[in-house]
Design a protein around this ligand. Structure first.
Ligand code: DAO
Ligand code: DAO
Length: 288
């Protein structure tokens, strides 16, 4: 299913999932891909152009496009639309689907894949979606950045720093792909990835904070394929975890929030393409 709304830019990674065998030739795939890229690029460019100059025109176009939903797949874009829309975006390598709106206020900004190399194997561990509260983004960032263009914002290093540091409601939704994940391997991966960031941003003495978080990861948790874990930053940098919708604990720490979110939108993210999409969509929200 797809929705051809006048979209926030949402390009997909190039390694597509396996397709069923059909009669189309490789050249017809290439032609279709070229058309898709062309449409995607022109819509994106037009969107940014109109967006910066005429928000009313943008909103009119949005409403026209929202009524046009052909039964087709447009590989270069996913639709991210306004609060009462129930459309979803699919992470193409894993088939995991993410709602475009979470908890009524948070918008999907990008989706990606967390891989991990173990010896010679490269495991797809989970697909993730990054969400942010639209009102917080506008209230906390538009005054400082609202007059810049999308491309200027993407060049501006301070912009993502502010997204990571400020009290903006955000959620990373993880959907587990790897079917043999144990809580022990989550603990050690966490100590490596988040532990490294805690050291980078907070100095050496963060053992206590790391232990407080790892103590939330209880031995009895089962995390089969399809488990949904939400890691949210609530008001005052309260980090809250839910597993399949059930509360699994919270910790108030600006450093912990910053370190966790840095894994997805920081300097060395798990999925670079996802980070680019997130940055692009954040920029579009700020200048609207
Ligand atoms: O032990 O079989 C194995 C490989 C496990 C890889 C684990 C990576 C864990 C990443 C964190 C998951 C967070 C939910
Ligand atoms: O991928 O390395 C990583 C970091 C993932 C953060 C994981 C947070 C885990 C939250 C609770 C899992 C409960 C089973």
């Amino acid at each position: 299913m797809c929705s051809l709304r006048f979209p926030l830019w949402f390009s997909q990674p190039s390694n597509r999932p396996h397709r069923s065998q059909g009669s189309s030739s490789p050249s017809s795939y290439s032609a279709a891909a070229a058309v898709g890229v062309g449409i995607g690029l022109s819509l994106s460019i037009t969107h940014n152009f109109i967006n910066q100059r005429n928000p009313l025109l943008l909103s009119a176009l949005n409403s026209i496009f929202s009524n046009f939903r052909p039964h087709c797949s447009i590989p270069m874009m996913g639709s991210i639309s306004l609060a009462n829309d129930s459309s979803a975006a699919t992470e193409p390598r894993t088939g995991m689907s993410f709602p475009s709106i979470l908890n009524n206020t948070q918008r999907l900004l990008g989706i990606g894949l967390r891989k991990k190399s173990i010896l010679v194997k490269n495991i797809d561990v989970y697909a993730f979606g990054v969400y942010a509260d639209e009102t917080d983004i506008k209230n906390l960032l538009s005054e400082k950045y609202g007059k810049l263009s999308v491309s200027a914002l993407k060049e501006n290093k301070e912009f993502l720093e502010d997204v990571l540091e400020k009290d903006i409601g955000m959620t990373i939704q993880l959907q587990i792909v790897y079917g043999r994940l144990s809580i022990g391997s989550v603990r050690s991966a966490f100590a490596e990835s988040v532990g490294g960031r805690l050291q980078k941003f907070g100095g050496s003495d963060n053992k206590e904070l790391l232990n407080r978080f790892t103590s939330l990861l209880k031995d009895e948790y089962k995390i089969p394929k399809g488990t949904v874990i939400d890691i949210s930053r609530d008001k005052d940098h309260l980090l809250r975890i839910t597993i399949d919708g059930k509360d699994a604990g919270s910790i108030q720490s600006k450093l912990l929030c910053r370190s966790l979110f840095d894994l997805y939108v920081g300097e060395d993210p798990f999925d670079k393409q996802a980070k680019e999409n997130i940055e692009q969509n954040l920029a579009s929200l700020v200048i609207q």
